[in-house]
Design a binder for this molecule. Structure first.
Ligand code: TYD
Length: 254
């Protein structure tokens, strides 16, 4: 049977799906799994991330995440997040949406609201104003918020980084892995910072229930994937001919 992505036949504009959550909630894994399911269903999918996603954005990412970046003010940090995002929208996100593709983005403006707005105390209002000015108010069609206990997710992120360093054998490999292992300046923040970020995410989900779906991410990656696929199918009606994405990832459900 020839499968076609139903949505691309009925809409000229693509779909914009963002993944949000604390560090270590498994966003990247879930994004990859959803991308694979959608591609299998015949959809054209673009996978991308923030900060980053363009050559310029990846340079900005290095500055932002490098633990050797010192003395960056909270406002400068927020401005760099938006600089990366404005370039990302212009170069990658908007053109892909115009072509009718599905864009899966690891973090977007909700991260700025949660981390800078709540975590750094810069306030939601300022973040939303900048979003309006610099991002033309572009809103995701759906945001998957992977919900996890703040302390557990941070431990998971730190363990992930440590295990990236230890198995390294050669000096070059060790150097490369160490670069990525301590790349995240944010993971050095204290518990109360992450508690505020978590609170920020909850507030966003409560404010915009039509856009944001909070998904319990405490299970196995496969269990979480089924929940994500279900939410995408229900909210965006991304069914594939007569076969749903959900039945493809969970054959027992029809
Ligand atoms: P990333 O590697 O995406 O985090 P993880 O995979 O661990 O979830 O690193 C991005 C970091 O940048 C993350 O700690 C959150 C932070 N961040 C902000 O503070 N504001 C933002 O607007 C964005 C996009 C990210």
């Amino acid at each position: 049977m020839h499968l076609r992505c139903y949505h691309s036949t009925v809409s000229r504009r693509g779909k914009f799906i963002t993944f949000e959550g604390l560090d270590g909630t498994g966003k990247s894994t879930q994004l990859r799994k959803l991308a694979a399911a959608l591609r299998e269903a015949g959809c054209k999918v673009v996978e991308t991330r923030e900060p980053g996603g363009t050559a310029t954005g990846e340079k900005i990412r290095r500055v932002l995440l490098d633990s050797k970046t010192e003395g960056l003010s909270s406002l400068a940090e927020m401005a760099l997040m938006f600089a990366s995002r404005a370039q990302h929208i212009a170069e990658v996100i908007q053109p892909a949406l115009d072509r009718g593709h599905i864009v899966l983005c690891d973090r977007f403006t909700d991260s700025t609201e949660a981390y800078q707005g709540y975590g750094r105390h810069l306030g939601s209002e300022n973040v939303l104003k900048l979003h309006h000015i610099l991002c033309g108010g572009l809103q995701p069609d759906l945001t998957v918020l992977l919900d996890f206990d703040p302390a557990m997710s941070l431990n998971r992120a730190r363990r992930r980084n440590q295990s990236a360093v230890h198995p390294a054998k050669s000096d070059t490999k060790k150097k490369l892995l160490q670069l990525s292992s301590d790349e995240n300046r944010f993971e050095r923040q204290n518990r109360s910072f992450f508690a505020r970020v978590h609170q920020g995410y909850r507030a966003i989900a409560d404010r915009e229930p039509q856009r944001v779906v909070a998904i319990d991410a405490r299970g196995t990656p496969a269990q979480t994937h089924r929940r994500v696929a279900h939410a995408v199918e229900e909210r965006l009606k991304l069914s594939v001919g007569r076969q749903s994405i959900l039945s493809m990832v969970n054959p027992s459900r029809k």
